[in-house]
Design a protein around this ligand. Structure first.
Ligand SMILES: C[S@@+](CC[C@H](N)C(=O)[O-])C[C@H]1O[C@@H](n2cnc3c(N)ncnc32)[C@H](O)[C@@H]1O
Length: 230
C-alpha cells in the first residue's frame, strides 16, 4: 500500500541522526530513545559517541522482540541500556533502575520520539505523555520527534490506518496543527516543525530519492528545547 515506505523509514532515521548530532553538538551527552525498534545501522549511541565517547543512551521499546534483540546486541556496548517498557508510562520509565544508573536527570538530556508518537491514540493523551517527559527533564534538555501526517494525502492516511487496525500497533496520522500542539511546552529550535526532509538537511546528502517531494514523505519533524521556567 505504501511503496515509498522503505525510503520514508530511512528518512526518519536520517532525521534521528541529524537531531542527535545537533543535540550532541549543544553539549547533550545523555539520551533517552523512546521507541527505537531493533538496533540497526547508525544507532543513537553510535552517533552521540562519535561526538562524545562518554555519551550514554537508554533505549525503551514496548516490543519484546525489539528489547530482547537490543539487549543481546548491546550487551557489550558501554554506556548503553535497554528497557522493555511502554513510553505511555513515564513514571515507570523514568524511575527504572537502568535509567537511574545511566542517566543523570539533574543535567540536560535528549529525549527522542522518532516515528513513535503516531502510535499513540488521542485516548492515550499524547500531549500529556510528552509533557510528563518534559517536566521530568531540566531546562536545556531537548526533545526530537517525527510524526506521520495525513495533511497531503488524507485518503492514503485513512487506508493506512485501516491496515494498521489489524496490526500490533495502531497508526494515527495527525495534522500539522495537532502535532504542533503536542510540543506545547517546548521552544522549537530552527527551522521549527517542518516536513521531515527539510529539518536541517545534510548538505552532503546527495539527491533525494523521492525528488524532494515532501508530500511523498508525509511526515513532520521538530526539535524542541526545554526552556527556563518563566
Ligand atoms: C517505526 S518504529 C521507529 C524506530 C526508530 N525510532 C526509528 O526511527 O528508526 C516504532 C517503534 O516504536 C515502538 N513503540 C510503539 N509504541 C510504543 C510505546 N507505547 N512504548 C514504547 N515503544 C513503542 C515499536 O515497538 C517500534 O519499535
Amino acid at each position: 500500500m505504501l511503496p515509498d515506505m522503505p525510503v520514508i523509514a530511512r528518512a526518519q532515521r536520517q532525521v534521528l541522526h541529524r537531531a542527535v548530532r545537533y543535540m550532541a553538538q549543544q553539549g547533550i551527552d545523555q539520551f533517552l530513545d523512546l521507541g527505537p525498534g531493533m538496533p540497526t545501522v547508525g544507532n543513537v549511541h553510535e552517533i552521540a559517541q562519535a561526538v562524545n565517547a562518554e555519551a550514554r543512551v537508554v533505549y525503551v521499546d514496548v516490543d519484546p522482540v525489539a528489547a530482547a534483540h537490543g539487549r543481546a546486541l548491546l550487551a557489550r556496548t558501554e554506556h548503553t541500556g535497554v528497557i522493555l517498557a511502554d513510553l505511555r508510562d513515564p513514571t515507570y520509565v523514568l524511575s527504572h533502575p537502568v535509567v537511574s544508573e545511566l542517566l543523570d536527570l539533574s543535567r540536560p538530556i535528549g529525549v527522542l520520539m522518532i516515528a513513535v508518537l503516531h502510535f499513540l491514540g488521542d485516548e492515550d493523551r499524547p500531549a500529556d505523555v510528552v509533557e510528563a517527559y518534559r517536566a521530568a527533564t531540566v531546562p536545556g534538555s531537548f526533545l526530537a520527534i517525527t510524526h506521520a501526517t495525513g495533511d497531503y494525502h488524507p485518503d492514503m492516511a485513512k487506508q493506512a490506518e485501516e491496515v494498521y487496525r489489524r496490526a500490533s500497533h495502531q497508526m494515527h496520522y495527525r495534522a500539522r496543527s495537532e502535532i504542533y500542539g503536542l510540543l506545547a511546552g517546548y521552544e522549537l529550535v530552527r527551522p521549527g516543525l517542518v516536513d521531515m526532509i527539510r529539518w536541517r538537511p545534510d548538505p552532503d546528502a546527495g539527491l533525494d530519492p523521492l525528488g524532494g517531494d515532501v508530500t511523498r514523505y508525509s511526515g513532520y519533524a521538530a526539535v524542541g528545547r526545554n526552556p527556563e521556567p518563566r
